[in-house]
Design a protein around this ligand. Structure first.
Ligand SMILES: [Zn+2]
Ligand SMILES: [Zn+2]
Length: 236
């Protein structure tokens, strides 16, 4: 059994709100320098840069997980993580089809860049990825599981795009067993009665390199360093 520092909420230049310099390879390299061992790429409503990210993680000796920060139809952000790239891409394709046909306005929202594992830009996404998808919060758990994934609401302590801020309370019928807290979450937040029995992880939500923590703030004990082991740690 070994302990691995992790961060499962990271953006790349495919997210319009991230810097163009936040290529998957740059983010992976900087997380490696900060001492992390397990990281996940969770761009808004897309897993389109995950292939490049996984390759870059391998190069830097990290375990990379393919993921997404889904924006539900209620504008609630949910971290979705997958064991395989194939599962992630299946999920991504369903989410993409459910997005409204709204084009990105680069001057307002920023670029949405696809890159390869070396950081070369290989394409641009024209559809706006930060729109609300057509997937409702009560559908997420099952849809993620059907693609071999695991989902939990993101930054539930924040005042925008969070389950608590948008819906008012935690409904166990949504089926989530875990929740993510922001790095700035007040210590007593998890004492809320409706959060009783949940497990919590923290996510940096780093969109640019300055937002990468200087060192990991949380660790997982795993028998082996694999995506399957991480998913089973999350599900336990
Ligand atoms: Zn978010
Ligand atoms: Zn995020």
């Amino acid at each position: 059994m070994a302990q691995y520092g992790f961060d499962l909420h990271i953006h790349s230049c495919l997210s319009p709100c991230a810097e163009n310099s936040s290529q998957p390879a740059v983010m992976a390299g900087m997380f490696a320098l900060s001492g992390f061992k397990i990281i996940a790429l969770t761009d808004h409503n897309s897993c389109g840069n995950c292939a490049a990210f996984l390759k870059a993680c391998e190069y830097y000796g990290l375990l990379g997980l393919p993921g997404m920060e889904l924006n539900t139809s209620e504008e609630v952000h949910v971290v979705c993580l997958f064991e395989t790239l194939e599962g992630a891409m299946d999920f991504s394709s369903t989410v993409y089809k459910s997005l409204p046909p709204v084009k990105n306005r680069k001057s307002i929202f920023g670029d949405q860049l696809y890159t390869d594992a070396e950081g070369t830009v290989i394409g641009e996404e024209e559809k706006l990825l930060i729109s609300a998808s057509g997937i409702g919060i009560y559908q997420v758990k099952e849809l993620a599981e059907s693609c071999g994934g695991f989902a939990y609401p993101a930054h539930i302590d924040r005042s925008s795009n969070s389950l608590i801020s948008n819906l008012g309370l935690w409904d166990p019928d949504m089926g989530f067993s875990m929740a993510e807290l922001s790095m700035a979450c007040p210590e007593d937040f998890t004492l809320r009665k409706d959060l009783k029995g949940l497990r919590f992880v923290k996510g940096s939500d780093a969109h640019r390199i300055e937002q990468i923590p200087l060192s990991p703030v949380q660790f997982m004990d795993l028998d082996e360093l694999s995506a399957a082991a991480v998913l089973s740690w999350l599900r336990k």
